[in-house]
Design a protein around this ligand. Structure first.
Ligand SMILES: [Zn+2]
Length: 340
């Protein structure tokens, strides 16, 4: 039984006495949103109505305002915290730290008056994420199984750039991915001097504009509804079209297409059609990255977040076996099954 942290069946990560992260929880006056992906903003409108404070980074606030539709007057309820800026709340201190995942993503540290440290990693990729030493660690578990390892010898980011460059000779290249990752890919191409127009639908465009306002350099962005974009796509001229993963059934079927997915572990690149490839690029740690974070954080106890579609139970077992640190998965899925 871990008293200062748990995960509810709705997916709220409870830390200390007051904080609920990433889903709404009754009786928790302080809501934290670690990042703007939809599986971490559950019940946000409830939280904005019921909680004393709703805390996130400024970039996450701006992204949510685009992704969830304008929050209007409720935006004012949100307290934007910078990384490393401590906030006192009812005898505890809450601090956000960078998580390498999407723009604005944060880990959450709650310290009690007696100095007990409780951490929720949120979603993260190990490189670029500072490891927070703590007593109790709640860790994400998306790729928490030993079968989820990306031990490639190649630089997948470089490979992506090369693939786009080669395919641009044939005209439009379509790239499919999730919000946040698409913008990372634009930045990657821009930094590699791939200076063709980047075409995108409205929501991808708006998310990209938020990323630019927060310091990312993405290149020449064009809305797909604009005349210039229609001409580029219609005449198959060299440009990169960025679409959300969910649009991959609808656009670019005659063109070169690249999807970017984290669920690829055996090869950095896999051909799935005549002109279609999947590239293994993730903004989550693989199994080795998760174990390494736990090892460096040196917690006395671990909870593996088991609400999403990850491998919480396997990860808990592996942490206990490999690192000799007691670990449990929460919420317990088998319990959930018996009460359903
Ligand atoms: Zn995420």
């Amino acid at each position: 039984m871990i008293e200062n942290a748990s995960v509810t069946h709705r997916g709220a990560v409870l830390l200390g006495n007051s904080v609920a992260c990433d889903a709404y929880a009754e009786d928790r006056p302080l809501r934290v949103v670690t990042h703007a992906h939809a599986d971490h903003t559950g019940g946000l409108r409830w939280s904005l109505r019921e909680c004393q404070k709703v805390v996130m980074t400024e970039a996450t606030r701006d992204l949510i305002n685009v992704l969830e539709g304008p929050l209007g007057a409720r935006l004012k309820t949100i307290e934007a915290l910078e990384y490393g800026q401590p906030m006192r709340f009812d005898g505890e201190t809450v601090t956000l730290f960078k998580a390498q995942h999407i723009l604005g993503a944060a880990q959450v540290l709650v310290e009690s008056e007696s100095g007990e440290r409780v951490v929720w990693t949120g979603d993260f990729r190990l490189d670029g994420t500072p490891v927070l030493e703590c007593d109790t660690l709640v860790v994400e578990s998306t790729y928490g199984s030993p079968s989820c390892r990306r031990a490639f010898d190649v630089d997948v980011r470089k490979l992506f750039v090369q693939m786009v460059e080669q395919r641009l000779k044939q005209g439009v290249v379509y790239v499919f991915g999730y919000y946040g990752k698409l913008q990372e890919l634009m930045q990657l191409l821009y930094e590699a001097d791939v200076h063709v127009p980047f075409v995108m639908p409205e929501k991808v465009f708006e998310v990209s504009k938020v990323c630019e306002r927060h310091g990312m350099q993405l290149g020449s962005l064009t809305l797909s509804t604009e005349k210039e974009a229609k001409m580029l796509l219609g005449e198959n001229l060299p440009c990169v079209a960025f679409y959300h993963m969910n649009s991959r059934g609808n656009v670019g079927s005659a063109n070169e297409r690249i999807w970017v997915s984290g669920w690829e572990f055996h090869r950095p690149c896999r051909r799935i059609g005549e002109k279609e490839h999947i590239i293994a690029l993730s903004d989550h740690s693989d199994f080795d990255g998760l174990i390494e974070y736990v090892r460096q954080a040196k917690p006395k106890r671990v909870i593996t977040e088991n609400h999403g579609g990850g491998h919480g139970e396997t990860l808990a077992k592996e942490i206990t076996r490999r690192l000799k640190i007691p670990a449990v998965a929460m919420p317990c899925k088998s319990y959930q099954a018996t009460i359903a």
